[in-house]
Write a protein that binds this ligand. Structure first.
Ligand SMILES: [Zn+2]
Length: 96
């Protein structure tokens, strides 16, 4: 069955059809458009999805989206942002 809403499940998002079509290629690929941002927790050794960043150009660092532009669901995995280390990890990722 086709999904029309983004849904967070066990730290990962099941994207809606619109977002699914927009998210193509590797997470850290040097390209423009929507990029899925994953977060690796060094303490726990687990990986999860933080959300989606939008890049205006190949060299743009990208901005994190808080809402899905296709289905309006909140797509920022916010509880983890309360953690200082996680926020630092996000900053490190943006520099890559
Ligand atoms: Zn969506």
């Amino acid at each position: 069955m086709a999904k029309d809403k983004c849904e967070l499940k066990n730290g990962w998002y099941n994207w809606c059809n619109g977002m699914k079509k927009s998210l193509e290629g590797e997470a850290n690929a040097k390209r423009k458009g929507f990029i899925q941002v994953n977060l690796f927790n060094f303490k726990k050794g687990t990986e999860s999805c933080l959300g989606v960043a939008y890049k205006k150009s190949m060299h743009d660092k990208g901005i994190m989206l808080n809402y899905c532009p296709f289905c309006s669901q909140i797509i920022l995995n916010t509880p983890k942002l309360k953690d200082k280390n996680t926020r630092k990890e996000l900053e490190e990722r943006k520099k890559e």
